[in-house]
Design a protein around this ligand. Structure first.
Ligand code: FRU
Length: 922
């Protein structure tokens, strides 16, 4: 895992960098943003609109600032509530133009207490608890207005002062300054002071109410231009002839503003009252950015009248157009910004794409590098595989050449065998006709003849098989009547069938069925199938041959009532190398394989239906017509028919008829030892029985289950068995007998043609005592039998506690031998059991107490208990000699209940105590 990580480390690093870059592009968008709240006391007059416009113009240069604006409509209560709203919006700084000083002082303090800086503009609050103040010196403005008036109307006259909102600081201060200036000239008096609340309409109403007083008035000072205009209108209404000076404050530029009023002559003069918007925003940003700022900022004023109003208007117009320029530039800038932003976005996207392509490029490079490595390895592996393939081809060529050479050798040898076999057969046939010789050794001559024919038949089959399978024999088919062909073929079998008491019948569906086939080859195939059927069928059984058309085919069925086959054998019987352990006598041979090859060459099929014990049916299917055959496969003048082969199978079958059924000898127990021979080849069985009957009591069988039954019943001294026998193989018989206590001691010789080392090992695994391969010499077999019986006897005496029987009891009857064998086995098995008694023995071998006593006394010369004691002491002496057990251990091993009793008994028998006996031996 680590290796993978470090291998891919560059990719991981690039990915991290890439995503870092992408993220940084995204997050660098917003920083240093400020929120400024502006609480305006009233917003519906030109002066305030100019103020707000100035602020917004300034703010347009600072896009990082969020600006929240609320106006209170000249109501102090509303303004207080609005300040709270701004606090809730989490403003960083408050700009406030308080409606009235008194009611808004606490509000400003509250904001300051929250750590939010406050800039008070235009109107003041009580005290100086704010961050900065921006306004004008309103006392000075009032004073300037008073001075201007006194210059205008001289030292004599009556003046009306129209004040702003009662509690607002400009109204208070302007009043103070005006009074100061008026008081300086002795003849001027403020005839009347009224409050117009900064508004034209209020002023008009007030003055209308007191219009009579206006008649004696020489000049009017209004605290702002709106109220001055109102005064002019009322004056004009009531006294149109009266052109007294009216002075206002603000001198706002813009349509209908103070400058226009002066210019138009509606009012006499106006004092400039700056709107502070730009200053307020600049100071706010200084505060927010922590830069130095002035706490008290008072802007000065000048008087605008007919003498300078034109210049002022021009200046104002210029400023306004500059402002417009600024706006349009600002707009341009904004557009540029948008373009810049989109370009920035495109740039970011390009950077991201670049980074990604760098990452993926690197990945591709790494993968390509890996790929190249893998390809290199693959190429190397391919090369290795190619070399190995070539080696394999070479080896298989060599193997094929070797196989071919061996097959040629095998064919040659097989050919070679034909000559000597024919040379054996001719004189033997002559001998078989000679009655003199027949009377001397008829059986043996016939056996030689029979087996020579059989051997010749096998040789011929082998050569045919070789010809068809290996050399690619091409059939020579011609159209023939299959029905008459089979009838002719079956003819010679009829006599044989009669002798064997087998019902042989031919059941053709039609008289004539024309089929293309190779006369010689089909002859061999069907003969083999018929011979095979005869091998399995018993006396009283039947073999039926059916021929019938089946659509575009013809079917030949050979049905027998024989012993049938196991399911597992059905698929294997056509395999020439298959040898079932329990194949029939003579096995399946290669006859069936040959038949199958021949049928296949005819583009036909061969099938078997069989059930164990219920017989078998071989079904041959051949195609009708000749379309399935090539020209080469058809018999023509150029392809003359070869001579028909010898009918060796028939000869073999005839020779089988000569075998004499052997009778099991009734008499046995005559000889010292007995043998059981298990062999299904009648000739070999005959031969063995004849050869061995001189010395041994011989009994025999050709079947596995019967062998087991006989072994258990007779308990022979030795068993000779073939391995390939019907139903149960020799090995299976051996395994069964060796696992049975009663028969496990019987030596078994496996007499078999299976000579490969694997077969020998599997025989040994089945616990056979000796493995003798065919062919064998009878004298060798006899010697082996003698040795095995002798060794078993020695073993019995030396390695067990068996007691030698009195010499007169050697020739025992079979029943007695079985009883003694059972008795001895049961005793041996229970020797260590100190409670083992006569009752147990009777129960285990199934005879009465009386019978047991009588038999044992007569066979051994001892009572049962004496016999038991004798066996125990004999085994004890063996154990003392051969095992490293102590006396106590031996005591219990041989079924004594106490060591002292054991010692006494042992000494009585052998003259020494067990320990003396042991030391004496050593
Ligand atoms: C505008 C205004 C001005 C005056 C100022 C005093 O609302 O009435 O005309 O100069 O307020 O605060």
């Amino acid at each position: 895992m680590n290796a993978i990580f470090f291998n891919r480390f560059p990719i991981v690093l690039l990915l991290v960098l890439g995503f870092g870059l992408i993220l940084s592009c995204k997050t660098a968008k917003k920083n240093n943003t400020f929120t400024i709240g502006f609480s305006q006391c009233t917003g519906n007059d030109l002066w305030r609109r100019n103020m707000l416009a100035e602020m917004l113009t300034e703010l347009s240069l600072h896009p990082e600032v969020d600006f929240h604006y609320l106006e209170a409509g000249g109501n102090s209560e509303t303004q207080r509530a609005q300040v709270d709203t701004l606090i809730d919006k989490e403003i960083d700084l408050l700009v406030i133009s308080p409606n009235e000083a008194e009611p808004l002082t606490a509000t400003v303090k509250k904001v300051m207490d929250r750590g939010i800086p406050v800039i008070v503009i235009d109107r003041e609050i009580k005290g100086r608890d704010y961050t900065a103040f921006i306004g004008s010196d309103n006392v000075e403005i009032g004073e300037m207005a008073g001075q201007y008036l006194s210059q205008l109307i001289g030292d004599k006259g009556r003046v009306i002062e129209i004040m702003g909102l009662l509690g607002s600081s400009p109204a208070i201060d302007r009043g103070k300054g005006f009074a100061k200036a008026i008081n300086r000239s002795k003849g001027l008096t403020i005839a009347k002071t009224v409050y117009g609340d900064w508004m034209e309409d209020t002023t008009k109403n007030m003055l209308s109410d007191m219009h009579r007083q206006l008649a004696s008035i020489d000049a009017i000072f209004a605290h702002n231009d709106n109220m001055a205009l109102g005064a002019r209108k009322i004056l004009h209404k009531y006294y149109p002839e009266k052109h007294i000076p009216i002075i206002g404050v603000d001198a706002c530029f813009g349509e209908g503003g103070g400058l226009d009023m002066v210019y138009d002559g509606k009012i006499t003069a106006s004092l400039i009252y700056p709107t502070f918007g730009k200053e307020a925003i600049r100071t706010a940003l200084d505060i927010l950015r922590g830069q130095p700022f002035k706490k008290e900022n008072k802007l000065s004023s000048i008087v605008i009248d007919s003498t300078n109003v034109r210049v002022m208007k021009m200046q104002a117009a210029m400023i306004s157009s500059q402002k417009d320029d600024i706006y349009s530039q600002r707009k341009l800038l904004d557009e540029q910004k948008i373009v810049y932003k989109s370009q920035q976005a495109v740039l970011n996207a390009i950077i991201v794409l670049l980074v990604l392509s760098l990452i993926f490029g690197s990945i591709v490079v790494i993968l390509l590098r890996d790929n190249r490595k893998i390809n290199k390895n693959l190429a190397k592996k391919n090369l290795e595989i190619d070399t190995q393939r070539k080696q394999l081809i070479e080896m298989s060529k060599q193997a094929a050449a070797g196989t071919e050479a061996r097959l040629n050798f095998f064919t040659n040898i097989t050919h070679e065998l034909r000559t000597p076999l024919t040379l054996i057969l001719s004189p033997i046939e002559d001998m078989a006709k000679d009655t003199r010789l027949l009377s001397l050794a008829g059986d043996k001559i016939k056996a030689v003849q029979r087996n020579s024919v059989r051997l010749l038949n096998i040789v011929n089959q082998l050569l045919d098989f070789r010809k068809i399978e290996i050399e690619g024999y091409v059939i020579q088919a011609s159209p023939n009547n299959l029905v008459s062909f089979i009838r002719d073929l079956m003819e010679p079998f009829k006599i044989y069938a009669l002798k064997r008491q087998v019902q042989l019948s031919f059941v053709p569906a039609e008289k004539e069925i024309s089929v293309w086939f190779d006369l010689n080859m089909l002859d061999k195939a069907l003969l083999n199938l018929l011979s095979n059927a005869f091998k399995f069928v018993n006396a009283g059984g039947f073999i039926k041959v059916y021929v019938e058309r089946m659509g575009s085919d013809v079917s030949i069925k050979i049905k027998d009532s024989g012993i049938g086959m196991h399911e597992k054998d059905i698929t294997l019987i056509f395999d020439p190398y298959y040898q079932a352990d329990n194949a029939p006598a003579n096995g399946f041979g290669i006859g069936l394989s040959l038949a199958k090859e021949i049928i296949t060459k005819h583009k036909g099929q061969i099938q078997v239906e069989s059930k164990k014990g219920l017989g078998s049916t071989f079904i041959v299917i051949l195609p009708l017509g000749s379309q399935h055959l090539s020209d080469r496969e058809k018999l023509t003048l150029h392809n003359p028919s070869p001579q028909r082969a010898e009918k060796t199978s028939i000869q073999e079958i005839y020779s089988d008829t000569e075998i004499q059924e052997m009778e099991q000898s009734e008499q046995w127990g005559v000889k010292e030892h007995s043998l059981l021979i298990v062999e299904d080849n009648p000739d070999l069985l005959n031969y063995l029985v004849t050869e061995l009957s001189d010395k041994y009591d011989v009994f025999f069988t050709s079947s596995g289950p019967e062998a087991i039954r006989l072994a258990r019943e007779k308990v022979p001294d030795l068993i000779i068995t073939d391995n390939v026998i019907p139903e149960l193989s020799g090995k299976e018989v051996c395994r069964t007998l060796k696992s049975d206590f009663k028969t496990s001691h019987i030596p078994i010789i496996l007499l078999t043609a299976q000579a490969s080392s694997e077969q020998v090992i599997s025989g040994m695994d089945a616990l056979v005592d000796m493995y003798i391969t065919k062919p064998f010499l009878i004298k060798n077999l006899s010697a082996s039998i003698r040795a095995l019986i002798h060794n078993r006897k020695v073993l019995k005496t030396h390695f067990t506690s068996a007691i030698e029987l009195p010499t007169e009891s050697v020739k025992l009857s079979a029943m007695d031998r079985k009883l003694l064998n059972d008795f001895s086995s049961v005793v041996e098995e229970n020797l260590s059991n100190d409670r083992f008694c006569v009752e147990d023995i009777c129960r285990l071998i199934g005879i009465s107490r009386m019978h047991l006593y009588r038999k044992i006394r007569s066979l051994t010369g001892m009572t049962v208990n004496e016999y038991l004691l004798e066996r125990r002491l004999k085994k004890a002496s063996y154990l003392l000699q051969h095992e490293s057990l102590n006396v106590a251990e031996i005591t219990y091993a041989v079924g004594f209940s106490s060591p002292s009793y054991f010692s006494t008994t042992f000494k009585a028998k052998f003259g020494y105590s067990p320990s003396q006996y042991k030391s004496k031996i050593k």
